[in-house]
Each structure stands twice: as C-alpha cells, then as structure tokens.
Design a protein around this ligand. Sequence first.
Ligand SMILES: [Fe+2]
Length: 505
Amino acid sequence: MLRVSDSSRDTAQGAGWGSAEPGAYKQLMPPHVRKVSWLDPRTLWAARNGVLASWFGDPTGRTRGRWVARRQAAGVPADKVFRREVPDRFSFMVIGDTGEGGDSQYAAVPGFLKTGRGTEFAVITSDVIYPVGSADDYGNNFFRPYRDYPAPIYAIPGNHDWYEGLGAFMRVFCGDTPPLAPAPRPRPLGRAWWRALLWHRPHPKDGQHLDEARKLRSAPGQQAEQPGPYWALDAGPVRLVGIDTGLLGTLDAEQGAWLREVSAGPRPKILLTGSPLYVDGEHHPCPIDGGGTVDDIVRDPEHHYVAAIGGDIHNYQRYPVQVDGRTIQYVVSGGGGAFMHATHTIPRVSVGGVTERDFRCYPLRGDSLAFYSRLYARRLRLPRVGLSESEATAVIAERLGVEPGRAPGPGTRVTRRTRLVASLLGAGGRPDRTSRFRLPVRKTYTQLFSPSSVTYTPPFFKSFLRLDVSAREIRVRCFAATGNRPQELDPPLEDEVVIPLERAL
Ligand SMILES: [Fe+2]
C-alpha cells in the first residue's frame, strides 16, 4: 500500500523546501552527465528546425505521412489501434517531457517507480529526448532512468523529438523502423529549398550506441511496440488516443481524419497530446490542417472523451471544463523531467467556465515564485530579490485575490520589496506599472529563458500521473518528486480527481 506524505499544500517541507536528506536518485545517474544548456548557442543552433518550419513552411506533416506509410507497409493496421489485455481493474502511468538526462529527470525516477508499482504500462507524453531527439541520447535519457520500470513504455513525440525528423523515436518505439530515404530535392531558391539548406539533420553516426542502450530495458515484460507516432490503445473499458502534434503544435489533415475515426463510438476516451488544450489560463484548441480543431473532436458528445492530457509545459495544471452537462478534465502534465515552467505567471483563472475554485496546479504559484526569485537572486547576485516561500505565497494570494494554496508562516507580511519582486517576475500575469521591466519568465521569453532555470539541487517540483481504471471510474492522481529523500519514499499526492464512467458507457 502506498503511503502518502505531506504535499506542498500541507507544508513547506512537503514542497521540498528546507534542509532534508537528499534523494538517492543520484545513484541511478550515469557517471558523466552532459548538461543540456539551453543558452548554449550550439544547443539553440541544433534545435533550429522549429524556427525554420515556422519561417519556410512546416514539412512535418509530409514526413509523418511517410513514416506512417512505412509502418502500414510493415503490417500495421490502418486504424492504428492496438490492444492490451488487462485485469478488470488496472492502472497506468503518464509522465511528460522527461528526456533531459540530468538531475531533474532522475529526481523523479524513485517516486515514479514506487508510485508505478503494479501498473500495466506507462506513456511518455512528449519530449522523450532533449535537446533534439538523437538516438544516442536514448541511453541516458530514456533506457537508463526507466530501466527498473518493469512494464512497457509507449510514447507520443514532442517538438524536440522531431528536431531530427523523428528517426530515433521510430526506431525505439515503432519496431525499429529504418530511416527514411532523403526527400526529393526542392526547386532551387524556393522556400523549401532554403529550408532544406538550413535544416538540421541527424549526425551520420547517430545511433551507434543504441543497441547497447536497449539492453538496459531488455526484459520481456518491458518490450513495447506501438503502431506509429500517433495511435489508439484499447485497455479494459477505455481507449487512449495518442496524437503527434509535431514541431509546431498542429495536426496534419491525414492524422485529423484518423482522429475523427478512432474517436467515434461509446468507449470512454482519454486524449494524450504534446500540445495541451487548456494551459496557463488559456484555451488552445489545436488546429487541424484543412479545418477544425482537436478540441472540437474532444468536445463532441458522440466521442465520449472524459479527459485530455497534454505535455509540453513543464508543470501540472488541471481544468475541469463543463461541456454540455459533462465534465472533461483538461490536464497539463509535462513536469516529468525537464526544467520547471513557472506557474506563478498564470493569471487568475477564468477560462471555459473554470475559475480559481476548481483550477489546480503544481507547483503552487507561491512555490514557483519563490523558486524563480531565488534563481534570479543567485544569478544577479542580489540576495534581496530572493523571497522565502512564505513571502512568495502571501504576495501571490494578495495579487490574485485568492486563498493561498498553503498557509504562509505566522507573521509573514507583504512588503514593498515582496510586491516589487513579484511584479518584476510577472506574478499573476497581470500587467502593471512595472510590467515593462519584467524579467523573462513567460510568453515569448519562456522558450529561451525558462529553460535557463535548469537547476541541479532540490526542490525540483517534478510530477507524474497514476491513473486507476475500473469499469465504473478512472481515478487520476498527480504525485510529486522534490529530489529529497522523504518524498522519494512517500511521493506526495498533489491532486486527485475521480472521473465516473457510467454516463459515457
Ligand atoms: Fe518539453
């Protein structure tokens, strides 16, 4: 039986603050870790294909079509539905944006293994491998961290997995699919020609160490093969539908048509996507080439979706949205391994009928603000910029006009200094007098600077989900990993929701 310790909603220690015994996760790490620096020009240059796709047109849909055709030629059914025999009651794990290979990924592993005991399988929702999805990074960023997870792991790709054309992902998750032949040469000086000229491609020797790395997860029970980058998995009463939103967070027309097809029928469904549909207090319905959106399909009452879980943003958020008298749980779960995206910049939530009363996030906004304020205090060598978790919690409650997620310590006062720091760090996302001078933690800056929040000491604010399925209901729980030993031994429960299935069946 899983014991559950204090969460970040109970105590500051539950959030990982204060001095605690460090986690044992370091023993799982390889002797030499290549630290991903998101400010290193070499990393940014290698990850340039997303920018090139937005400038010169996105070739992902066509490349994906070629991968899918190749899988079909190898015998994969056109509907891309596969099945797993499971007991009447079964459980599975969902973990997002894992593949950074450093402390923050490995810090989540002991809690993931403990919480994942007895689960039938796990799904990684996007960004399996940073920075560019290379085959040679699968050893330290996938096979090693999950070597002791005894069940299969399926995945959907994120934008980072596409930065080298998805070849490594297809080898690892899709039956060792061999590389695609080079695409035909585009017309000189056209947009596609410029794109091809500047395009980042895998190193010719990439993947030499893959066979060695695979030995780390070579037990028969760990083997997994999925139909392609997008798929549907029938397990017990539910269908999981994994989509591939590519480099730019969109769906090609062929995948859109497939999604409509596999979404039909009374079986309750959970969407798994690299691009969350509700995130940071906003609705992002995810366009499909040729018309319509992914969220149109999710909301259609004929399709019986009960939840849509997305990665991409490296924290946890939940929006229970009322759709025609039903509740669909829209979840962000991208806190499985990479640097932490801020939650304190999420404005007072009012979207799709969801307000602060029903919205949940992890880390709590106060903890996110304390984390970032201390990060900048260290970077800028200005200790007064650093806020204690109590100060940050109190100032967030004041700015948003909400009850604090956790009671701040006794005697905590909101001072001019705490207000100024909160304002500079974009707390609450509210524009005000100082917003012109906000430090870069959100929006356009997020891509470039939030990644620089990579840290190597707790608290890491990592999270993952365990879903327990029966014929009557699905229980979704978000567990946390701080990087400290107490939370490795008893992963704290940060959120829980039970989805009844009767009405969908
Ligand atoms: Fe990511």
